[in-house]
Write a new protein. Structure first.
Length: 401
């Protein structure tokens, strides 16, 4: 959607200097309608437009719509918060922080109750330089959301059961995301604190108590179990997550995103669950076959499967040589995409180059371009022509159409 143009009045105001109308002339209802002043857009409409522009990453225009709201209603909480989001996404972190702080206690301008989302934004802004402050804002948001879910306020009277269920589902997701973010802080910035492990356990109990089948919470629990040297418990969580994802159609809004699938694949590689790792990577490449990290992880997975005296493989018909060849092809593709895209991950590039050197030493060289073309044509032939019976079926279909 393009920029919204400012409406201008196309009619002239009547004045004493205006020419007189012809005798018996009258203004038709249609003409009168044109002279009528167009009503100003509602506050709700302006906020909805600003939110739409934020989704489109048009922050400059979104700011203009938010400012129009604040000119009319300076205390509008939704507009104030949206203004903070615009500034944060635009990179004006200090201004954003100031706005969000004005929405929570002890600020004298904070509404009652304060919006939990303001605490969540503040937690994000503090997470890089003040882990304890971030934790405090996350926990405050979680407590507020849980209290809201448990309340039966007046505002619910006019809402249908479907609306209430949808709102509760969204609040559950917000609670779980906040809990997982707190676990991440304890496992990284505060991992050496004596209360880190107990805090993670308590937070995840709260998350899974809110939504027992939430995949994000289950994967966070799997990471904690891995850090506790409890791989069997971690594997149970991972397999439960995959069993739920398998039921989701590729075009469903709830289908996991590529970053989520790749994070899952990395966890599977740690657990040596190569079948699940390759399945999640395959799904990622179906969605975007130019994803550099997906090709890297697939190559790394085949390399790991080929190591050791006993080849670890999810498919019995694969030999060690097959795995090394697949690893080489994936890593070559990764290197090409990394170069073409000028990808910023230098650490990934260094590991790819290291693995390629080891494959060269083992005599596994890059597939020549002419051989790649031959293989590609063979795969196309396999895909379109399986056997004579299938050809006969196709002929029948053509005749019937």
């Amino acid at each position: 959607m393009g920029r919204t143009k400012t409406k201008t009045r196309s009619t002239r105001l009547m004045s004493s200097s205006a020419p007189e109308a012809p005798p018996h002339a009258s203004i038709s209802p249609k003409g009168a309608g044109k002279r009528a002043k167009k009503p100003a857009p509602t506050i709700e409409a302006l906020i909805a437009k600003a939110q739409e522009l934020v989704v489109q990453c048009d922050y400059d225009l979104a700011r203009q719509f938010v400012d129009r709201v604040l000119e009319r209603e300076g205390g509008n909480v939704e507009a104030r918060e949206l203004k903070g989001v615009v500034e944060m996404e635009s990179g004006d972190v200090d201004i954003a922080k100031e706005i969000f702080l004005s929405l929570v206690p002890p600020s004298s301008t904070a509404p009652v109750p304060a919006p939990p989302s303001a605490h969540l934004y503040l937690a994000q802004l503090y997470s890089d330089d003040d882990a304890r402050a971030a934790l405090q804002h996350y926990q405050t948001a979680v407590s507020a959301l849980l209290a809201k879910m448990g309340s039966k306020g007046k505002e619910e009277v006019d809402k249908t059961s479907d609306m209430l269920e949808e709102e509760e589902g969204e609040m559950k997701k917000m609670v779980v995301r906040a809990c997982c973010s707190m676990v991440d802080i304890w496992m990284t910035d505060l991992c050496f604190e004596p209360e880190a492990e107990a805090s993670c356990e308590e937070i995840l109990r709260q998350a899974l108590g809110t939504d027992p089948d939430n995949t994000e919470a289950l994967l966070s629990l799997a990471s904690v179990r891995m850090s506790q040297q409890r791989p069997d418990d971690a594997e149970q969580c991972v397999r439960k997550v995959w069993s739920m994802w398998e039921e989701i159609a590729a075009d469903s809004p709830s289908h996991p995103t590529p970053p989520t699938l790749l994070s899952f694949a990395r966890l599977c590689l740690e657990l040596e669950l190569f079948d699940l790792a390759l399945s999640s990577i395959s799904r990622t490449l179906e969605m975007d076959d130019t994803e550099v990290e997906a090709w890297y992880l697939e190559g790394w997975c085949f390399w790991l499967m080929s190591q050791g005296d006993e080849v670890r493989k999810p498919w019995e018909d694969m030999t060690k040589e097959d795995m090394l060849r697949d690893a080489r092809d994936c890593l070559d593709t990764c290197l090409m995409l990394h170069t073409n895209q000028q990808h910023p991950d230098e650490q990934l590039l260094q590991h790819v180059q290291e693995l390629l050197r080891e494959l060269e030493a083992l005599g596994v060289h890059a597939t020549p371009p002419d051989e790649e073309a031959t293989l590609g044509n063979a795969e196309e032939d396999d895909e379109w022509v399986d056997d004579d019976e299938e050809l006969d079926d196709e002929d029948e279909d053509v005749e019937m159409s």
